[in-house]
Design a protein around this ligand. Sequence first.
Ligand SMILES: Cc1ncc(COP(=O)(O)O)c(C=O)c1O
Length: 381
Amino acid sequence: MSRQEMPGPQHELAELSAAGLLRTLKPLDSPTGPRVARDGRELWNFASNDYLGLASDPELAEAFIEGVRKYGAGSAASRLVCGTLPPHRLLEEALAAAKGSEAALVFSSGFATAVGSLPALAGKDDVLVLDKLCHASLIDGARLSGATIRVFPHNDVAKLTRLLESIRAKQPDARVIVVTESVFSMDGDLCPLAEIVELKNLHGALLFLDEAHAFGVLGPQGMGLAAQLGLQDRVDFQMGTFSKSAGLSGGYLALSSSWRELLVNRARSFVYSTAPPPALAHAAMAALERIRSADGDLRRTQLRENISVLSAKHPSPIVPVLLGSNEAALAASARLEERGYLVPAIRYPTVPRGTARLRVSISASHPAEAVAALAAEIGHL
Ligand SMILES: Cc1ncc(COP(=O)(O)O)c(C=O)c1O
């Protein structure tokens, strides 16, 4: 085929557009925060994952600046070469202490954590057992691993039981890792963690729990769902990210020292990538302290109150409004934007086909009146 004949992207773009699945970047004209500006208008921001309001917190910004002053701009090498600088080590020590684990390892993002660690933890003779609604990063990590992938329906403990029984009947000695999330990113519900822990122990499996949306939000000092249930020492891999409640970016795993050592050797997103900027690690330490402090508790109380304004007894700041079709979700999002609220429409492949929705995310930094006004708008959709 000559170069002139090689098809460009137009066909795929047209297909995406016809299916109501085309996505476009819509930059903000302001910093992030509870109020943002876009196209010359101010909007209430119910789209970010900044659950505690730390992304626009002046003290956290100051910690970032202090990190730059102390350690410079970049880390200049991968962690294994000469990129492990004092704040990386200190952050990992602080995280392990906070999460009650022997050790911790930080990555440049939550996505990099998942796609780097799962292939290092499991290979072709192993089995990864994923909840159907696991995040794309966990799915991609599982695919990259070459392990056998088994999927159980969302939060279905009975099906998970049968799956683990059948895996063990065929592969009594395989490494089996159950992978799930504590707060599901597009549904805002919780996994039945206590039952899953029982099951994985019964079947000699390991548990990889992504606490991305629970870190900072749930549990004593915001340390997540495993901490809330007193199960931290029963979860083999506690994954999380600094990109949601901590208001920054960067991923982590809390785990045993020996698993950490394996990842330092084998997790390709860790080994073959430049270490995160030291200032970011320094700021992450400040964010961790804030999350665990009395101020963190106050923010969590405010957050819970705000959530209850929109949805009584909802367990997390992520509140989905199911609409079904892509067109309905896009139209509802556009309508809310006209009314002054930024609320994203979430479509396939982020959620299963036919379950397009609005994803409202609540922050402690929202005034309760703004949440109430949004609730009224949603009621009028
Ligand atoms: C459940 C879950 N895991 C992992 C990630 C990836 O984290 P990060 O944004 O830090 O790459 C996200 C967020 O996008 C998420 O929602």
